[in-house]
Design a protein around this ligand. Structure first.
Ligand code: IPE
Ligand code: IPE
Ligand code: MG
Length: 254
C-alpha cells in the first residue's frame, strides 16, 4: 500500500470531492503539442481518480469537464472535446457498471449536440441502478446558470400557486439546484495553479475546504488525490464557530 494511502483516516473521508480539472492545454503546449493532446491525456487522469475514489469509498465525485464559458473556445477545440466526451463515455460505460459506479450529469444538456446527449442518456440509464461511487460530470455547467435556472423555476411555481413566497427557505432553493440529490462537496480540488472557482458550484461550495495544486490535470494521479485528502483531514472545519467550541464538540463525541 502506498505510504500516503496508509495515512488516510478512512473514517473521516470527505463524502463528496469536487475537482476542477484544469491545465490540459498548458500541459500539451509545454510538450509542443496541440491543446487537444492534453485533453486526450486528461482522460487517463479521470480514469485513475475515479478508480481511486471508488477504492477509498468516497460517496460522490464531481468533475468539472466543460463550463458554460468554455463554449466560447475555438470551434475545433469545442468539437474535439465533444467527440472526446462521446468516445470516452462509450469506452468507459462497461467498466463503470462493472465497478458499481453510477453516472450523473449536471449542466445545460440542451446545449450539447444531439449525438452527445444520446450517448450520455444511454450511459445514465445503464448505470442508474448502481449503488457505489456517484460520478457527477459537470458539462456545459456553471454556477450562475444553475442559480438562474433555480430562481426561474421557483418563480414559476409561485406564479402557478404551487408554492408561496413564505414557504421558500434554504431547503427549497437546494431542491431546485441540479445537485439536489447530492450532499455539498467537503473538498474542492483545482489543478494547475489557478486560484479561482471559475463559476463552479457557487452555492454548494459555501463551506468546502479548497485545495490548490500546481500539478497539471494530465499528470494528476491517485497519489496527488491522497495528498489532497490528507491536507483536508489536517484542517479544522469550524462552520463559523470558534476553535474552542469545535474542540468541545469533538471531546463530547469521544
Ligand atoms: C481544462 O484544461 C479542461 C477544460 C476546460 C475543458 P484547459 O483546457 O483549461 O487547460 P489550460 O488551463 O488552458 O492549460
Ligand atoms: C474551468 O477551467 C472549467 C473546467 C475545468 C471545465 P477554465 O480553464 O475554463 O477556467 P479559467 O478560464 O481559467 O477561469
Ligand atoms: Mg484552464
Amino acid at each position: 500500500m502506498s505510504q500516503l494511502l496508509s495515512q488516510i483516516d478512512k473514517g473521516r473521508l470527505p463524502k463528496h470531492i469536487a475537482i476542477i480539472m484544469d491545465g490540459n492545454g498548458r500541459w500539451a503546449k509545454e510538450q509542443g503539442q496541440d491543446r487537444l493532446f492534453g485533453h486526450y491525456h486528461g482522460v487517463e487522469s479521470v480514469r485513475n481518480i475515479v478508480e481511486g475514489c471508488a477504492e477509498l469509498g468516497v460517496g460522490y465525485l464531481t468533475l468539472y469537464a466543460f463550463s458554460t464559458e468554455n463554449w466560447d473556445r475555438p470551434e475545433y477545440e469545442v468539437v474535439g472535446l465533444m467527440e472526446l466526451l462521446v468516445t470516452t463515455i462509450r469506452n468507459e460505460v462497461e467498466s463503470l457498471s462493472k465497478n458499481n459506479i453510477r453516472l450523473h450529469v449536471i449542466g445545460d444538456m440542451s446545449m450539447l449536440p444531439e449525438y452527445a446527449r444520446k450517448e450520455l442518456n444511454e450511459a445514465l440509464e445503464i448505470t442508474a441502478k448502481n449503488t457505489g461511487l456517484n460520478l457527477v460530470m459537470a458539462l456545459s455547467y456553471s454556477g450562475r446558470w444553475e442559480l438562474l435556472n433555480a430562481v426561474k423555476n421557483i418563480a414559476y411555481e409561485v406564479k402557478t400557486g404551487k408554492l408561496s413566497v413564505e414557504q421558500i427557505d434554504q431547503d427549497t432553493l437546494q431542491q431546485y439546484l441540479c445537485t439536489s440529490e447530492f450532499p455539498d462537496p467537503e473538498l474542492m480540488i483545482r489543478t494547475s495553479g489557478e486560484y479561482r472557482i471559475s463559476n463552479f458550484l457557487l452555492y454548494q461550495l459555501a463551506y468546502a475546504e479548497l485545495y490548490f495544486t500546481n500539478v497539471r490535470w494530465p499528470d494528476f494521479r491517485k497519489e496527488n488525490l491522497y495528498e489532497a485528502i490528507l491536507d483536508y483531514q489536517a484542517r479544522e472545519r469550524r462552520f463559523g464557530k470558534t476553535g474552542e467550541q469545535i474542540a468541545d464538540e469533538v471531546g463530547s463525541v469521544k
